[in-house]
Design a protein around this ligand. Structure first.
Ligand code: HEC
Ligand code: HEC
Length: 171
């Protein structure tokens, strides 16, 4: 009976520590701050129509500025928009950029960029570091196709949850 109680206690302990680990933030003893899910309707509509609506927190402000300035020739597409939604989208991206995030992964993205401007989240050094184990053969799989397809491997990405335990890499 004693043994049973001990096992029960131990499993409660592990269940609660792994719940804490659900957050994207991993430094022990530090307050964990999650990546905020996107709630801006205009952003979701305008920037989520061709692909996943990326979190502003995952790229520095200077990169988002450059991206906004280049929307007319955006990765071979014309992604330009009317002044009102453009203003809203710009505000969302710039005020929620990695520069201002308290999430440890977003902070690491910001630091690793070292002030350089990037066209893609998937080119920022910390992104490359986190994903270095995945080869081009995996990306080429029909259900993935491109690094830009975050949700292919991070099905919970829309909630700002990218943690290892939620990753499913399509075969
Ligand atoms: C007309 C379609 C279209 C719209 C609208 C659009 N995009 Fe894109 N975007 C693309 C294409 C195509 C790519 C390249 C995807 C790839 O590499 O497979 C891309 C790539 C990106 C990437 C790079 C992803 C990576 O690899 O890290 C970012 C960031 C991005 N878009 C942000 C935005 C934002 C922000 C908006 C809204 C202002 C937006 N996009 C609107 C078509 C679009
Ligand atoms: C081919 C599958 C795949 C794609 C596509 C992919 N990722 Fe990942 N991602 C992974 C793997 C695997 C890891 C590493 C998990 C680990 O070792 O902790 C990871 C780690 C991460 C992490 C760190 C998570 C944490 O808390 O430790 C973030 C943030 C992240 N990815 C964001 C993105 C974003 C944003 C995109 C799209 C621009 C993307 N990923 C595309 C597979 C993928």
């Amino acid at each position: 009976m004693r043994k049973f109680i001990l096992i029960a206690l131990v499993s409660v302990f592990f269940a609660s520590t792994s719940l804490l680990a659900d957050s994207d933030d991993s430094k022990p003893g530090k307050k964990k701050v999650a990546i905020k899910p996107v709630t801006d309707k205009i952003y979701l509509e305008e920037c989520g129509s061709c692909h996943f609506a990326y979190h502003a927190e995952l790229m520095p402000e200077s990169s988002w500025k450059a991206l906004i300035e280049g929307l007319k020739t955006h990765f071979g597409e014309d992604a330009s928009m009317e002044p009102a939604p453009l203003k809203q989208v710009t505000e969302y991206l710039l005020s929620n950029a990695a520069d201002y995030s308290q999430n440890s992964k977003a902070r690491a993205m910001f630091k690793s960029a070292k002030g350089q401007v990037f066209a893609r989240i998937s080119e920022v050094p910390f992104f490359l570091k986190e994903h270095h184990e995945i080869g081009p053969d995996v990306i080429a799989r029909p259900k993935i196709k491109t690094w830009a397809n975050c949700e292919a491997c991070h099905p919970t990405a829309a909630n700002g949850v990218y943690g290892e335990r939620y990753i499913v890499i399509p075969k």
